[in-house]
Design a binder for this molecule. Structure first.
Ligand code: GLV
Ligand code: MN
Ligand code: MN
Length: 417
């Protein structure tokens, strides 16, 4: 490891990093110690403004693209060199924790701070990105900011997505962009020489193995759908069951059919229905419309493809009384991270004498999309009992700092290539 990489890693400030997590956790704080910081909400805007205030203290330049991804850049010595990027997201689940996403943003900022304090000059710029709407909890699908940034889906395609209150992403995005008027406008998909994302593991493996650093090998595949069931509303007391077009009854039948299809004895396939909108949503009216989400995941490319392809025919077959519309909203095949970036992360952990292991990610991340456009890798740190997407999500300050040290050293190595 270069001396400057070791020196900068040594300047990672555990107390500052923890303090910043606690400050961010106040934005959208909810009972139980968690956060609700929906994408493009007032809370998301407040988090962006706080990040930009910290960036301004160091004089880093900031820019924003058309979907609100925020970029904080520390200049390199070669003005023409493509940057090495790092980052994650600041939005949260509705009942989310204090570390999912925000850790990767604050660890990236900490890496930039540590480089400043160690007086390290890198050849390439190092750029921190806070991706818009990674969670997809308010505006499905997840990893939207990186998906649009990398050109996997055009911006126009997502502008009409609505949240549970009928608010359009177009309008929430306009309000968010208006709140950071001083950020320079930036084009999508500017050349990048590499990307490293730090994240809490969101699973129990590191804690169980007593390892501080996870060197992430890749991310499993996903398929997301919106399924809409349309029937007819009627009086709950007077309408015979045989005459009903009960959308909720059919929705339940579809969910059961899909659950059965997704079942595997090894418990590798992940199947989740986590969002359901029922109309008119009244105890004594038969439901005339139900919209629900399906989230399927598997690490094997052929398996996730087959699981996804079966959804629409199975849903149509299971519905007995109503019309069914199936809309795919996300189709990501499993990704394998770059050997060079993974190697740089592993070497940094070794050189810093931190216990590490290789592991695959069950959760999805913006690194999935960045892996399509540049050499990409991820660093995991342990979280308590693997709990995530839950207010009880917790992590240790020393582990967060260790991950930020590995990140700092690996970024410097890559930024001098
Ligand atoms: C991101 O939170 C995911 O759904 O994996
Ligand atoms: Mn996350
Ligand atoms: Mn998440």
């Amino acid at each position: 490891m270069r001396e400057e990489a070791r020196a900068a890693a040594g300047r990672v400030d555990e107390a500052r990093l923890w303090q910043r997590h606690m400050e961010m956790a106040r934005i959208g704080a909810i009972p139980g110690g968690g956060v609700n910081r929906a994408a493009l909400s007032a809370e998301d805007i407040a988090a962006r403004q706080l990040l930009l205030a910290w960036a301004a203290q160091r004089g880093f330049s900031v820019s924003v693209d058309g979907i609100g991804n925020l970029f904080v850049r520390r200049a390199g010595s070669d003005a023409n060199a493509a940057p090495i990027m790092t980052g994650s997201h600041m939005d949260s689940q509705p009942s989310g924790g204090r570390f999912d996403g925000i850790y990767g943003v604050l660890a990236g900022l900490e890496a930039l701070e540590a480089m400043e304090e160690a007086g390290v000059a890198t050849r390439r710029p190092v750029e921190l990105v806070a991706w818009t709407n990674e969670e997809g909890g308010r505006f499905p699908p997840c990893t939207m900011g990186s998906m649009v940034y990398t050109g996997a889906r055009p911006l126009a395609d997502v502008l009409e997505v609505t949240d549970n209150d009928g608010i359009k992403l177009r309008d929430a995005l306009a309000a968010t962009l208006a709140a950071t008027p001083n950020a320079r406008e930036r084009a999508f998909n500017a050349p990048a020489a590499g990307y490293i994302e730090a994240h809490i593991e969101q699973g129990p493996l590191l804690e169980k193995a007593r390892k501080t650093i996870g060197v992430v090998t890749g991310i499993q595949g996903l398929r997301w759908f919106n399924i809409e069931v349309s029937g007819e509303t009627a009086h709950a007391g007077t309408t015979p069951l045989g005459l009903r077009k009960d959308a909720l009854r059919d929705a339940i039948a579809i969910i059961e059919a899909l659950r059965e299809h997704a079942h595997d004895f090894a418990d590798v396939t992940r199947f989740t229905v986590g969002r359901m909108l029922v109309s008119p949503n009244s105890p004594n009216s038969v439901a005339n419309h139900v919209l629900f989400s399906v989230d399927l995941r598997h690490p094997d490319p052929a398996k996730i493809r087959a699981l996804g392809e079966a959804v629409a025919p199975l849903a149509r077959k299971a519905a007995k009384f109503c019309e069914v519309k199936v809309t795919p909203t996300l189709a990501d095949d499993p990704c394998v991270f770059d050997a060079g970036v993974t190697g740089a992360i592993e070497s940094a952990a070794q050189e810093l004498s931190l216990p590490y292991m290789r592991l695959a990610s069950g959760a999805s991340h913006d690194a999935m999309y960045m892996a399509r456009v540049c050499p990409t890798g991820m660093i995991f740190v342990p979280c308590e009992k693997g709990i995530s997407h839950n207010v009880a999500e917790n992590a240790q300050p020393a582990d967060l700092a260790a991950g930020a040290r590995v990140l700092t050293a690996a970024l410097i190595e890559l930024a001098n290539n």
